[in-house]
Ligand binder design. Sequence first.
Ligand SMILES: C[S@@+](CC[C@H](N)C(=O)[O-])C[C@H]1O[C@@H](n2cnc3c(N)ncnc32)[C@H](O)[C@@H]1O
Length: 377
Amino acid sequence: MTTPWGEFSLARFPEDQRDRLRAWDASDEYLLRHLADQDVVLSGTVVVLGDRWGALVTALAQHAPVQITDSYLAQEATRVNLARNGIEPGTVSLLTTQDVPPERIDVLLVRVPKSLALLEDQLLRLAPAVHEGTVVVGTGMVKEIHTSTLDLFERILGPTRTSLAVKKARLIFCTPDPSLERPANPWPYSYTLPEGIGPVSGRMVVNHAGVFCADRLDIGTRFFLAHLPRTRGERRVVDLGCGNGVVGTAVALADPAAEVLFVDESFQAVASAEATYQANGVPGHAEFRVGDGLAGVPSGSVDLVLNNPPFHSHQATTDATAWRMFTGARRALRPGGELWVIGNRHLGYHVKLRRLFGNSELVASDPKFVVLKAVKR
Ligand SMILES: C[S@@+](CC[C@H](N)C(=O)[O-])C[C@H]1O[C@@H](n2cnc3c(N)ncnc32)[C@H](O)[C@@H]1O
């Protein structure tokens, strides 16, 4: 990436040799060029919110920025990218969306996140640290910036306008108005689950901003809950890509002897899963871990993996993550251990499972979803 601060070599994390997608885009370049062209003073505390793969903080490393992200993969990418460009790890402070933000922010750079809820929550959390003189600049691709996005900046921080589009990217300029009466933060959001979904019927689910399907039970998850394995006993279960933790909590409630590991790459998700679990006073043992799939889980140590893989419109990304999750599950399962997957029928997960495990059984189906089981032989 060529920037006014020099040239940087950047990669996504984990690097996919088959699919070398760039680790930055036109919105990162536009923001960096704007900062240089306008001689924006990058002193005091510079905060970068939502940097996708660490491109922004790597380029701005000499200004000792603070990065705030919800994504473990983004944080790891940043660590790797700083190292590959010879930047000392301590130069950039790496915070998560769950950490206490800096007390005073002098420059706030926002790579607009996919989730409007996450943007709302984060702007509300950061607003008390923003002062009249804070420079606030947002950036994103035109298709990611909506009227609702600008409304959030306007309602939470102050008067907001946008730039012209350049290479399908746009900047957001916001002039902080500390006298604004800010709305209360609606996150985390809790609701009661419907009846008829097994052990979590009528239970509470807690959602931090940005988690998958935060305001209602996803219909795929609902179908999965109705068809979870009925075996019980002392065993190690993983809720892989746990989101708000409703699936793992259902297992823990039905089977107090089970030890459940909740894993997600989103800090907001793991915090939600832990809060959901706590809110229901579940007996038994649980562990909550932010990480990339089953990385770090010992081989052959797990009896059951439950997985509703992420599904985005970017088909290539979708396939790669599901494939990595299934591969990780195969490694982490003991012989005879099972991977249970819920997916949209058209995604054809059975093909992947057959290739990896040599078997795939249809447990349940409706016109939209399938629940599949693969056994490690
Ligand atoms: C479709 S959601 C399922 C959430 C929840 N299990 C449910 O059914 O409601 C997929 C989840 O996978 C998580 N995820 C995506 N990539 C991941 C990765 N590499 N490692 C762990 N979790 C990941 C997402 O953050 C998201 O919470």
